[in-house]
Write a protein that binds this ligand. Sequence first.
Ligand SMILES: COc1ccc2c(n1)CCN(C(C)=O)[C@H]2C(=O)Nc1ccc(OCc2ccccc2OC)cc1
Length: 246
Amino acid sequence: SYPTSLHIEEISTSIVRSHRETTQYRPEELQALRWKVFSREEIHAYQSKSVDEMWQHCAVRLTDAVQYVVEFAKRIPGFRQLCQNDQIALLKSGSMEVVLVRMSRMFNTENNTVFFDGKFAGTELFKSLACSDLIAAVFDFAHNLCALRLTEQQMAVFTALVLINADRPCLEDRERVQKVRRDVELALSHILHRDNQESLLHKLYQRVPVLKSLCALHIEKLRWFRQLYPLTVHSLFPPLYKELFG
Ligand SMILES: COc1ccc2c(n1)CCN(C(C)=O)[C@H]2C(=O)Nc1ccc(OCc2ccccc2OC)cc1
């Protein structure tokens, strides 16, 4: 049955509510924080960490963000009705993508800093990770998306669309995922039409391949790191991080 416009309104409202309930920092809180940057001494302390210490530190922080994305996914209409295998497959391939999209809300384009450990950090703070290409790509992506100035509602429905993707690997019931995705696509068109910003749709879809390559780079770097420090990953990385990205 073709979804009625009332049904699409309900889907949009439900996704926006889920987003609001699962973002740990509200936009106004971030506004207050955005000029809280690290001192030279603090930056030097991070740069003096060993590679494995800094990787573990970042994995723990990112897992904080990922947990909220898992909660968001569970509240997307139709997600819970998918089989367990498909819910996990969508989260394995999509949760870091959503963290990176959401990261653009915690990015300050004026001084090119991102929220990290309570303050805003520039790329130089992450030097000891020994993967400056990944960090540069993360910052570039966040900068470009931040420049689109998405509203919370547009962000909410776009991140739902990033997660509900029937082309992901290892899905058992693609048809079912496609049905859920169709409603989310209609919700995004509805919201952009209502905001008189249909031009954003094309720009958002253009960012999806970059997002995929960014996540592939993250997995590649994690593999490189795990070869060097297997015990750190095995015993000190958060289980959720290992389960989703390992
Ligand atoms: C929803 O959006 C957000 C955005 C940011 C944060 C949060 N939520 C809440 C949790 N959080 C805290 C507690 O600091 C923030 C965070 O994790 N920041 C952060 C972590 C790592 C970074 O670069 C390293 C890196 C990047 C990509 C892949 C692997 C990486 O390293 C191995 C940069 C920033």
